[in-house]
Design a protein around this ligand. Structure first.
Ligand code: FES
Length: 212
């Protein structure tokens, strides 16, 4: 069981999340300023949090990927934004390409992402999906519903995120479904891999982080 504590605009988040269903694993996360909220979860993994200096300066955020299991998601922070990091399974990836006709921007032509993420996976690698975790409608935090055919959403559901605020739905690459109030896919910021287990959020090239 994962416990989540939230305030303010995170109001759609429930106090408890069934981790077996949603496969959500959250690092302790603090969001202030523009997001205006605090949200904490267990287990606490310090490496998922940017240092105080990094937060103050808006420096890149480093994430240790070694503790994230297949099918799990963690949340970290970069420049006051919640950053979702998902370790996708081959089964999750197999759902892509099956529902493009249900999406608003299936090829992400109108959405925001670095060039290296403008592909069907919307990522640098099939395994790791990284994005800004705020809905492109009004900025709420979409909740993970990674199980396909979730009865609460519908038989067509391939797995992804559901925004609790007004019902926007995104697939496992953050692409928004038709019928959602959100206009665009989830935004993706620059990121790079310094190694197989070290993600750097906020730079296009891991070497940039070393010189920060
Ligand atoms: S903020 Fe997500 S649907 Fe409105």
């Amino acid at each position: 069981m994962v416990e989540m504590i939230h305030e303010g605009p995170m109001d759609g988040f429930e106090d408890e999340v069934d981790s077996s269903r949603r496969k959500l694993l959250l690092g302790a996360t603090t969001l202030v300023g523009a997001v205006g909220a605090v949200f904490t979860a267990v287990p606490f993994v310090e490496s998922w949090l940017p240092s105080e200096r990094a937060k103050a300066l808006g420096l890149p955020t480093e994430v240790d990927l070694s503790k994230i299991e297949p099918g799990q998601m963690i949340v970290t922070v970069w420049r006051l934004n919640p950053i979702y990091v998902v370790r996708r399974t081959p089964e999750m990836m197999a759902t892509l390409g099956q529902h493009d006709d249900l999406l608003k921007d299936p090829t992400s032509d109108d959405s925001t992402q670095p060039d290296y993420c403008k592909n069907a996976m919307r990522s640098r690698t099939a395994e790791w999906f990284v994005c800004i975790g705020t809905c492109t409608h009004l900025g709420c935090l979409p909740k993970p519903y990674f199980d396909a055919h979730d009865p609460m959403i519908g038989a067509y559901w391939p797995g992804g995120w559901l925004c609790p605020c007004h019902g926007s739905r995104y697939d496992i690459s953050g692409r928004v479904f038709e019928g959602s109030p959100a206009p665009l896919n989830l935004n993706i910021m620059p990121y790079a891999f310094a190694s197989a287990t070290r993600l750097i959020v906020g730079v296009d090239d891991a070497a940039e982080a070393k010189s920060s």
